[in-house]
Design a binder for this molecule. Structure first.
Ligand code: THU
Length: 136
């Protein structure tokens, strides 16, 4: 599934703006994410690192948690942007967190080169443990 170009560009711009806010003094690896709720709102996030490295939170989780705080529980798309030459797919922990809200048809990673990854959450994270395992 492809997003309309105007929406794709808005999501990418939101993820790029977010990447500029990344707190990443340890890795120097900036990540911005933007999630698009099913009702058309965009929420962005950046990675927030911590001197106690296990406490670092990825950009995707910051974005989805901001959306949850605004009452959203269903999502159409997630954009990940890194200012690199190859695109970055969401880490395993973020895949699990995204899977809490069901399949997401568009997960797209963009970078500063032509390389792009696009897939769905169910393709990226098959056989997920989720609410249905708990009878929800
Ligand atoms: N990072 C993300 O923000 N999202 C990902 O999907 C992969 C990794 C961040 C965490 C850490 O701040 C930095 O990238 C290097 O691992």
């Amino acid at each position: 599934m492809n997003l309309p170009e105007e929406l794709f560009n808005r999501l990418l711009a939101a993820a790029q703006d977010a990447a500029r806010q990344a707190h990443c003094p340890y890795s120097n690896f900036r990540v911005g994410a933007a999630v698009l709720s099913s009702d058309g709102e965009i929420f962005s996030g950046c990675n927030v690192e911590n001197a106690s490295s296990g406490l670092t939170v990825c950009a995707e989780r910051v974005a989805i948690f901001r959306a949850v705080l605004a009452g959203k529980r269903s999502f159409q798309a997630v954009m990940i942007y890194t200012p690199t030459l190859t695109a970055t797919a969401p880490c395993g922990a973020c895949r699990q967190v995204l899977a809490e809200f069901g399949d997401i048809p568009v997960i797209v990673s963009c970078c500063d080169g032509p390389h792009r990854l696009q897939t769905s959450l169910s393709e990226l994270f098959p056989f997920a443990f989720g609410p249905s395992n708990l009878g929800r």
